[in-house]
Design a binder for this molecule. Structure first.
Ligand SMILES: [Fe+2]
Length: 570
């Protein structure tokens, strides 16, 4: 039985296809359209998914869309009525998009999938998040917590999941949203909402939470059970295109920072304060969820679960024995989530749980791939110089190049699902060299200087280098580094790193590469940053990958078993 899942029209459109409950393929539309965070209908992603499953639209049994558009529309109308006459400009901008497009999603799906005759179902937004969090986990039963901006009405939900059932028992509703609270600070500090939240997290390490009490006394009322109430006098997102108003600015004594303006101590301190509030609220929430559900495990989903610093606090200071966060807990991930909900909960199919490493592998490597033959055809057709190396030699040479201070592109196997490159569409460098952060920024990434680069580490060495004793395969935990002097280029200003632990069972080639680097350097860690230039999505095709070495100062590029060099000296 084939089930297709679709998420779109808000942020990060994506499609996924399941066969008998197993994910065959999943990809974000941006990887095809080349529009970062593309929110349009994921036509290319859908077509590619069907192609991977080798089926026609008529062979799909069920299509799931990741939320209920009518309920969302009702919430929007209700909101505009309650804030009127404020909100007129926002109303005139938003409502036509709904009337002309978003409410007609069923027609759009049928148009894209000519010949499909099955049912289309619309699980609620947070149910889609919850389903992806639970059905991508190794747990047979678990508490489920989802926290994001807003779905239809809910902004936070929790409940219990068991085999193929999910029961949401509690929620917090619009406009009282922890996700939008954090996004308001993201906006106020000069970053794009829904995109720059991780920049706010990076910035927070430079500050002191001196505004913590002020925020709790004026902006957000937090109860012991973690439920929240925002003081809407300070927020503008219910009636304007911006997130905060003049009162909010007055509270901190500064105007919202504009994109590109310099960051100052006050920005760092505000970021640190907002981050701490987020962590403390989440801790209260998980304590309450633990008490109410009496479960040992927690599955955590929704966009807020991308906050690796908060995730680490939940793990370290929270009550749950085990925590699972899927590699794409945000809205893109819900393309898989709504399909999983349909297959397991709606169709009532039993779930079988594989080994943990098998689950990790099936959760990550779900995207496009190109064989050595396809890469070679591209290179020879375009008269591009390369050296073909057998795998053993390739690993020895690549690890040596990295250890000598080169920046190396690494394009292998299936593309990763989710926002992080996890060893298949990555740029790699030496973490022992403190200057590598600046080198990477100068040569390729051109990112804000306050943002750290992330480490990939052999799984067996995690607790030797980090204050962490479990794997972190999806790069969603930011943990304290025990040996910062050994890996200065991936040590953030507060002594932490957002690590990816690499197991040989999950990605043997990437594991062996880091292992080779370990043999030469005695350090089982490398820098891993995604293969893209600023403002563009992660590369998809050999052509886009080759353009990386043309457009940037990347020293070497490895595509499959082919080695290319910027200097043309291979
Ligand atoms: Fe969401």
């Amino acid at each position: 039985m084939y089930v297709l899942g679709i998420s779109c029209y808000y942020h990060d459109s994506a499609a996924a296809i399941l066969k008998d409950g197993k994910i065959i393929a999943a990809i974000e539309e941006e990887r095809f359209s080349r529009k970062k965070f593309d929110d349009g209908f994921p036509d290319s992603a859908i077509k590619w998914c069907l192609n991977q499953a080798n089926i026609l639209p008529k062979e799909i049994s069920l299509i799931a869309f990741y939320d209920k558009p009518l309920l969302k529309f009702e919430r929007l109308l209700d909101n505009y009525i309650s804030v009127a006459p404020r909100g007129l400009f926002s109303f005139l901008d938003v409502i036509p998009k709904w009337i002309h497009k978003r409410l007609w999603i069923k027609d759009e799906i049928k148009k894209s999938l000519n010949g499909f005759n099955g049912k289309i179902i619309f699980p609620e937004h947070h149910l889609s998040h919850a389903a992806h969090a639970f059905f991508s986990s190794p747990f047979n039963e678990s508490a489920v917590l989802t926290v994001d901006g807003v779905g239809e009405w809910s902004t936070t939900t929790f409940g219990i999941a068991n085999n193929s059932e999910i029961q949401i028992t509690n929620d917090i509703r619009w406009p009282h949203s922890l996700g939008l609270f954090y996004s308001a600070f993201t906006y106020f500090l000069g970053f794009k909402v829904n995109e720059g939240e991780y920049k706010l997290m990076g910035l927070s390490a430079y500050g002191k939470p001196v505004y913590y009490d002020l925020i709790l006394s004026k902006l957000i009322n937090v109860k012991d059970d973690g439920s929240i109430h925002l003081n809407m006098k300070y927020f503008a997102f219910t009636y304007d295109k911006v997130m905060t108003n003049e009162k909010f600015s007055d509270l901190f004594g500064i105007q919202p920072r504009k994109e590109g303006q310099t960051t100052e101590q006050i920005h760092y301190d505000i970021a640190a304060s907002a981050q701490l509030v987020l962590e403390e609220v989440l801790l209260k929430m998980v304590n309450h969820v633990y008490k109410e559900t009496k479960m040992k495990n927690l599955c955590f989903g929704g966009g807020v679960a991308l906050n690796g610093v908060a995730n680490y606090r939940i793990l370290k200071d929270g009550p749950f024995e085990k925590i699972h966060i899927p590699p794409s807990p945000g809205d893109a991930g819900s393309a898989i989530g709504c399909a999983q909900y349909s297959y397991f909960c709606f169709e009532n199919n039993k779930r079988s749980i594989e080994s943990e490493n098998e689950i990790v592998k099936n959760n990550i490597y779900l995207g496009t791939s190109f064989s050595n033959d396809e890469i070679e055809t591209y290179l020879t057709t375009n008269h591009i110089k390369y050296e073909f190396l057998e795998t053993k030699l390739l690993l020895e040479k690549t690890s040596k190049l990295i250890s000598e201070g080169n920046v190396v592109g690494w394009f292998q196997g299936k593309m990763e699902w989710g926002p992080r490159a996890l060893g298949n569409r990555s740029i790699l460098a030496d973490p022992r060299r403190a200057e590598m952060k600046d080198v990477l920024n100068e040569k390729i990434k051109h990112r804000e200087s306050f943002r750290p680069f992330a480490p990939s580490i052999l799984e067996e060495h995690v607790s030797e280098y980090f204050e962490l004793d479990i794997p972190s395969p999806y790069m969603l935990l930011v943990a304290k580094i025990k040996k910062p002097e050994k890996i200065p280029a991936v040590t953030h200003v507060d002594g932490t790193g957002r690590l990816q632990s690499v197991s040989r069972d999950v990605n043997p080639l990437y594991y062996d590469l880091i292992d080779e680097f370990y043999k030469i350097t005695d350090v089982p860690v490398i820098i891993n940053t995604s293969m893209n230039v600023m403002g563009e999505p992660i590369v998809n095709t050999p052509e886009q990958t080759y353009s990386m070495i043309q457009k940037t100062d990347m020293d070497y590029l490895i595509m499959g078993n082919h080695l290319l060099s910027k200097a043309g000296n291979v």
